[in-house]
Write a protein that binds this ligand. Structure first.
Ligand SMILES: [Zn+2]
Length: 276
């Protein structure tokens, strides 16, 4: 059983902090933009989504306390999403001195090529494998993994539902027809690696993985989903060179919906959705 403690949080309630906004190989290797994932506080429950390399560094330097995490949620087992899972598990269990914290990840990240070391896994409260279309409860809110993405390894986006807000997170994927249908929400978070879509021939020639969203995909998704606010993150090199904040301005104009480009360390207060 988890040790019961008074709820202490290290981040403000109902916020999402972008520990890093870099995505894909070259950005992660160079750390021009940091990596580290999304630190959530929903109604006082703290958890991290996709703790990429440096997550522990980015979190602790902002005085976030990983001992307060209730869960680590991993969309897929690529390094830029899963690298710091073990150290976060170490922190959640307070160095192994308490059985605490939940890990959620796809099957292939737990079985085929485990992202979590065995000795740490045994100290967690639970380890749960995602299924498409399933919902999970974490304290005072639920989240679901509506659909498997097209991205090589097993991969799911997330939809969080609190009493007040629905937050949809479209992690790495190639665009597919029903994608907007699965991610209705007040806030839409999008991983946007590419500026332009790659053709299959270009991808083959450059050996680039093409299963990522690009800016035209974002325009389509924002127009169809119509969230109150959309936030882009997980930028690849080309996207970064094009200055994501300028792209966000253009998308805001084109869609009539507020589109923001996340910056490293940016904190989004969900109360901003009440004003939109
Ligand atoms: Zn990936």
């Amino acid at each position: 059983m988890a040790e019961k403690e008074p709820k202490e949080t290290s981040s403000p309630t109902d916020t999402i902090t972008f520990l890093g906004t870099g995505g894909a190989r070259f950005m992660i290797i160079s750390q021009i933009l940091a990596s580290g994932g999304l630190w959530f506080n929903l109604g006082g429950t703290e958890f991290i989504v996709d703790p990429g390399p440096g997550s522990i560094v980015q979190a602790t330097k902002r005085k976030f306390n990983p001992e307060h995490l209730s869960a680590v949620i991993v969309s897929h087992r690529h390094l830029d999403h899963a690298h710091d899972v073990n150290i976060m598990a170490e922190a959640m269990t307070r160095g192994g001195f308490r059985q605490h914290g939940r890990l959620f990840a796809p099957h292939d990240a737990l079985d085929t090529e485990p992202i979590i070391l065995n000795y740490l896994r045994n100290r967690l409260e639970s380890v749960e494998a995602f299924e498409a279309g399933k919902s999970y409860t974490l304290d005072n809110f639920t989240f679901s993994t509506p659909v498997r993405h097209i991205h090589g390894v097993e991969n799911y986006g997330l939809v969080f539902k609190t009493e007040k807000y629905t937050i949809a997170y479209i992690t790495d994927t190639r665009y597919f027809d029903d994608l907007p249908k699965y991610y209705q929400g007040d806030l839409l978070l999008l991983n946007v690696v590419f500026l332009k879509p790659f053709t299959a021939a270009e991808a083959e020639a450059s050996n680039m993985p093409i299963d990522h969203l690009s800016v035209p995909d974002v325009e389509r998704l924002v127009k169809e989903i119509k969230p109150k606010v959309a936030i882009m993150t997980h930028f690849g090199m080309g996207m970064w060179r094009a200055k994501p904040w300028l792209i966000a301005e253009q998308l805001t104009e084109k869609t009539g919906i507020k589109v923001i480009a996340a910056r490293d360390g940016m904190k989004f207060h969900l109360s901003e959705l009440d004003e939109s």
